[in-house]
Unconditional design. Structure first.
Length: 765
């Protein structure tokens, strides 16, 4: 029963009223009264049709412009992709296959979720190999000059000036951290937009997998211009969030500190400042008044005298655009540093995160108040990327803080900050619609939120968040169809929809699309982990072991101990007991060698110690592979045939425990005061019953899980080693009650009384 089962086969800025924030406060009141989610899912079908109709337009946006062709069969696409542009090869429309993601949740009218964004991916990646093969069967022809009409957002990279080789090849670790030649910025809004065109181009490079070109552009002025420095900071931040490596995190913190310092110096050099009285009164009004909108208070119109001759002293005066721009860069640097500190999963890390978020919100408040004083004519005084920066920053802060567990929220409440999740959604959507420099970053924030929440609590959120996640992904891939980041999230969404083959192929595309680039090592590690996990979800333990063996050999991967434990778990599920024990034996030393230990490192270390207590004699009563899937709440992402197979495996293991107990009790019937202790397999049985209950919940058999959960709760006093089972049992009890529509009896809040690490997971769930 422990064998693997077979797998199933120069843009002109025109202010748009929908992007304006002037009415956001009134809109927010309506949002608070409505239970509707961020995206209007009633209009999702027309939106999909428009995306499918405009597939050719999506191709034209791609940097490697291809002819309008149909996509090849998705499952026929090889994993090794040639990115060389081919031409003059036609394909029939019969080659198109709609990519449907089976979503077996029992939800009415939502049986399948269509993912047209993947067709764009196929046309821009998979078709290249088909063209190459067809090209080899025909005579070589001279390539015709290809011209295409592009919209105002398109950038012709073929006319770019050559990238400086020294900047291109230099390492980010060797960046000059000295701030040089920082002067006040007196450019007007339109002049600033023109001057920031290289940054806009660099962000397009970044999300088109041309990381070194993006780095070269950002690096040209990273010691003098805050937005250029922030571009480098965003690159290092993304990589740090991908790897969780201490060196990458420290590099990101250093780079973001540079952008913060440059922005601060540029603000200090500006001659225009608000009067001290005005600043102090504004601060008091923000702290004292009861503002229910979640946005900073709006001050009255004032007249600010300026020594700058470029600004008139008649009528209301505002801070120069350069000062506003520097303030949002300063705020965004603090925001990204706070997000990095949040990943440390410690009380100190959360406290530092809270301080940085408060500092960021203070800087955003300055710009927001100026924006509100400008009224409808804000475009005369503020460039469009500064406007989108307010939307991105305040929206991200609200969404981030609203996702924290109650224990951590107390820290933020003590700092005087209240969150509004719906306001965060609305502001980030406005940032997306503006299509500015921060638009792809806003897409990453939303996709991260959707995928994490749907993965941690699929029973509650997968059905609700699936369609907005798909819509957000479609919008992102219209501008960046081959981005490895959005391919990665396409794979995550496919997994949540239980389409594991599509998910695995998408992860493979994400790795291949970054081949030979700056982020390839990090993306390769993430891809190998996710692909290995997909194989585990398909009960293909042999393939899963191969991928985690690759990760265990990576020196700088986030947790070598976890990878080694996963290898042992795969071998244990295959019945290779000796090989499994050898793999587990290496885990304690790997944990000891790690400078900073995460909660998952502590978990695998304690699991190995639990096995060692019995000299690995009780390994037959454990299913370490399925236990890992339980910890990650992954059973809801498995297909039904795999779940049924898991039930058989668990039941056979429970029978082994019963036979052992029967044997040991039989000894006590015939021998007085035997040398052996009474059977004590409460921990092993509790874990198996919890796994079984979770599988039954994933199969929507909620009534069948009640008896198993009650047994665990009734015997929780007998659980000596595996105390983590108790909060997870309360969670599954809540899932059972939720599935039975007994919402008042949902019991997962009982688990919040445990350690804050578990509280973080339970709060997200």
């Amino acid at each position: 029963m422990r064998q693997s089962i077979p797998k199933e086969n120069g843009e002109q800025y025109i202010p748009i009223s929908s992007i304006s924030l002037n009415d956001i406060e009134s809109e927010n009141d309506a949002v608070q009264q409505s239970t509707q989610i961020l995206f209007d899912m009633g209009n999702i079908d027309p939106f999909r049709e428009s995306v499918e109709h405009d597939t050719t337009s999506a191709e034209q946006i791609a940097e490697e412009d291809t002819e309008s062709v149909s996509s090849a069969s998705y499952r026929a696409i090889p994993t090794s992709i040639s990115l060389e542009r081919q031409s003059e090869t036609d394909f029939d429309d019969d080659d198109i296959e709609d990519i449907d993601m089976d979503y077996d949740r029992g939800l009415p009218n939502r049986v399948k979720v269509h993912l047209p964004a993947m067709e764009i991916v196929i046309q821009n990646l998979g078709i290249q190999q088909e063209r190459l093969k067809a090209q080899g069967n025909t005579e070589s022809k001279p390539k015709e000059a290809h011209t295409s009409d592009t919209d105002t957002q398109d950038i012709d990279y073929t006319l770019d000036t050559p990238v400086d080789s020294q900047l291109y090849n230099s390492s980010l670790n060797n960046l000059d951290k000295d701030v040089k030649d920082v002067s006040a910025n007196y450019l007007g809004p339109r002049e600033q937009e023109e001057a920031d065109e290289p940054v806009r181009k660099g962000m397009k490079y970044l999300f088109d997998n041309k990381f070194l070109k993006a780095k070269a552009l950002f690096q040209k002025k990273n010691n003098s211009d805050p937005l250029y420095a922030l571009g480098l900071g965003a690159m290092t931040f993304i990589k740090a969030m991908m790897t969780y490596n201490e060196d990458d995190i420290q590099l990101a913190m250093d780079t973001l500190t540079i952008s913060y310092n440059i922005a601060k110096i540029q603000i200090d050099h500006a001659a225009v400042k608000k009067p001290y009285k005005s600043t102090w009164s504004s601060y008091l009004s923000t702290m004292v008044s009861s503002n229910q909108t979640g946005l900073p208070n709006c001050p009255p119109v004032e007249t600010i005298k300026s020594d700058d001759t470029s600004y008139s002293n008649e009528g209301p005066q505002f801070l120069p655009n350069g000062v506003l721009r520097a303030n949002v860069v300063k705020a965004e640097s603090c925001l990204l540093m706070g997000m990095l500190q949040m990943t440390q999963e410690s009380v100190v890390g959360y406290l530092k995160c809270g301080l940085n978020l408060r500092k960021a919100y203070g800087c955003y408040t300055i710009v927001w108040q100026e924006y509100k004083r400008m009224g409808q004519e804000y475009t005369k005084y503020m460039d469009r990327d500064t406007v989108s920066a307010i939307q991105f920053g305040i929206g991200t802060v609200h969404l981030l803080v609203s996702s924290l567990p109650p224990k951590i929220l107390k820290i933020f409440s003590s700092l005087g900050f209240k969150s509004d999740k719906q306001l965060g959604f609305a502001l980030l959507k406005l940032c997306l619609e503006g299509r500015g420099i921060r638009s792809p970053l806003a897409s990453l924030v939303l996709l991260t939120y959707f995928s994490i929440l749907s993965s941690f609590a699929p029973q509650l959120y997968a059905g609700e968040l699936m369609e907005p996640a798909v819509e957000c992904l479609i919008n992102a891939q219209k501008s960046h169809p081959s981005s490895c980041f959005f391919l990665f999230y396409a794979a995550r969404i496919s997994r949540i929809a239980r389409n594991l083959p599509l998910s695995t192929q998408s992860f493979t595309f994400a790795v291949d699309s970054s081949q030979g680039e700056w982020a390839h090592a990090a993306m390769s590690q993430m891809g190998n982990y996710e692909i290995g996990f997909n194989f585990a979800l398909q009960l293909d333990w042999v393939s899963a072991e191969v991928y985690f063996e690759k990760l265990s050999q990576e020196k700088y991967y986030w947790s070598p101990a976890f990878c080694q434990y996963f290898i042992g778990a795969c071998r244990g599920m295959l019945g290779k007991r000796t090989d499994s024990i050898l793999a587990f034996a290496e885990v304690p030393q790997l944990v000891k060698d790690q400078k900073k230990k995460s909660y998952i490192d502590i978990y695998v270390k304690e699991k190995v110690e639990f096995f060692q207590k019995s000299g690995y004699q009780d390994m037959d009563f454990c299913l370490p592979g399925l236990e890992l899937l339980l910890v990650w709440n992954a059973f809801d992402q498995m297909q039904n045939n795999a779940l049924e197979a898991c039930l058989l495996i668990v039941q056979n293991t429970l029978e082994l425990i019963y036979e052992r107990e029967k044997l040991e009790y039989n000894i006590r019937l015939h021998e007085l005061v035997p040398a052996t202790n009474p059977p004590d397999y409460y921990d092993q049985r509790a874990i198996l019953l919890l796994i079984k209950a979770s599988i039954l919940n994933a199969l929507k058999r909620h009534n069948d899980s009640i008896a198993h959960l009650n047994w665990i709760i009734d015997h929780k006093i007998q659980l000596k080693s595996e105390t983590w089972i108790i909060p997870f049992t309360y969670w599954e009890s809540g899932v059972t009650s939720w599935g039975l529509k007994n919402y008042e009896k949902s019991r997962w809040q009982c688990g919040l009384a445990w350690l804050y690490q578990n509280a973080m997971k339970l709060a997200l769930r």
